[in-house]
Ligand binder design. Structure first.
Ligand code: NAD
Ligand code: DAU
Length: 340
């Protein structure tokens, strides 16, 4: 039985990863460590809370004493670190907490792995560490060799963490891997992000706030495909290596918003162009050749199907997001979009 610590497991991708692993592997026990920030929801984990191979612990990854006690008690074989402040717009408003959790929190986990020993530490990173690509060069993609060139405080904090993780491999021989994924979408995506925000606003007949001209491009991947890729990296990936994960599925923001309007039968007149994000990255595009060649990973869910499944999930799970948007989220929304 492998004991796997999954940090940030009450958030979007971490929770999907926990569901995936419990279903796919009977030989793993999952310990979810989550601080339950605004982005973490216990209700997301409700259907696995009583699972015999699952344990939840409310804990901040920056809490060195708490993390050491947990490692000493559980002696994990594997750590997968999803815990992060993940929203670029929030990082522009308040960078410090991003450095605390994303960079210093990672350093605490690295130290715990070094002190207590680990079979594998996996860092869940992002394609945003590469910066952006021009819109008029569709021939360019991010490979694992693309230099780090961050734009936002969020991406800078994630890139710092990546460098730290690589340093623990080189200096202490810690068995690490890193994956850098493109934009995910799917169930339990927090309503502040583009796709869920547009679905929820459209359902409520509220304006759909598109930044700038809506021409920025993202490379969208269904969350389960990301989870499967991480699982493959854990099982077959080479220690010390970075793996890019992406779907070759580039789309302009405005086209996504139009698909959501069409699917929900809402008028495109809801679309409102608002002030652009500061330092807004133009285009992300992953070259996933390495993970395909080495591990045989390919995305399985086509965007046409994934977006329909996702919209249906938000229709079927209104209680989950209604609870979120009726709380502190309202202050956030007013602050970010009120006078935009
Ligand atoms: P999320 O914001 O939905 O979830 C983050 C989770 O981390 C929450 O449950 C939160 O409570 C928890 N957390 C935050 N600070 C913590 C701390 N100090 N200690 C313990 N737990 C803490 O984020 P997400 O979209 O699921 O992203 C997960 C990871 O994947 C992040 O590291 C992010 O950088 C990376 N990533 C995300 C995407 C994407 O499209 N969402 C793409 C590539 C990489
Ligand atoms: O590429 C991976 C990254 O994808 C992850 O590392 C981040 O954690 C994740 O949040 C995501 O970052 P983005 O900034 O690309 O995602 P977001 O959903 O915030 O925005 C997607 C695009 O949509 C971006 O170009 C900004 C635009 N946007 C976003 C919002 C919230 C809008 O036009 N309007 C909006 O209201």
């Amino acid at each position: 039985m492998n004991t796997i610590i999954v940090t940030g497991g009450a958030g979007f991708i971490g929770s999907n990863f926990i569901f995936y692993m419990l279903e796919q592997h009977e030989d793993c026990r999952i310990i979810c460590v989550d601080k339950l920030t605004y982005a973490g929801n216990l209700s997301t984990l409700s259907h696995v809370m009583n699972h015999p191979r699952f344990r939840f612990i409310k804990l901040d990854i920056c809490d060195r004493k708490g993390i050491y006690e947990l490692f000493s008690e559980e002696k994990p074989d594997i750590v997968v670190n999803f815990a992060a402040e993940s929203h670029v717009d929030r990082s522009i408003e308040n960078p410090e907490v991003f450095l605390q959790t994303n960079t210093l929190g990672t350093s605490v986990l690295m130290d715990a792995c070094y002190k207590y020993g680990i079979g594998r530490y996996h860092q869940v990173s992002t394609d945003e560490v590469y910066g952006d690509l021009p819109l008029d060069r569709p021939d360019l993609f991010f490979t694992e060799e693309t230099p780090i060139h961050t734009s936002s405080p969020y991406s800078a904090s994630k890139a710092s963490a990546d460098l730290l993780v690589l340093s623990y491999f080189r200096t202490y021989g810690l068995p690490i891997t890193i994956s850098r994924c493109s934009n995910n979408y799917g169930p339990y995506h927090f309503p502040e992000k583009l796709i869920p925000l547009m679905i929820i606003n459209a359902l409520n007949d509220k304006p759909l706030p598109v930044y700038g001209k809506g021409l920025n491009v993202r490379d969208w991947l269904y969350v389960e495909d990301h989870c499967r890729a991480i699982d493959m990296v854990l099982r077959k990936g080479r220690v010390g290596e970075i793996y890019n994960i992406g779907g070759h599925n580039e789309m302009k923001n405005i086209d996504i918003v139009k698909i959501i309007c069409k699917t929900l039968g809402k008028s495109e007149e809801l679309i409102t162009y608002v002030a652009d994000r500061k330092g807004h990255d133009l285009r992300y595009a992953i070259d996933p050749t390495k993970i395909y060649n080495e591990l045989g990973w390919l995305p399985e869910t086509k965007f046409e199907n994934g977006i329909q499944k996702t919209i249906q999930w938000y229709l079927d799970n209104q209680e989950w997001w209604q609870t979120i948007i009726s709380g502190e989220y309202q202050n956030y929304y007013e602050k970010m979009y009120g006078n935009r």
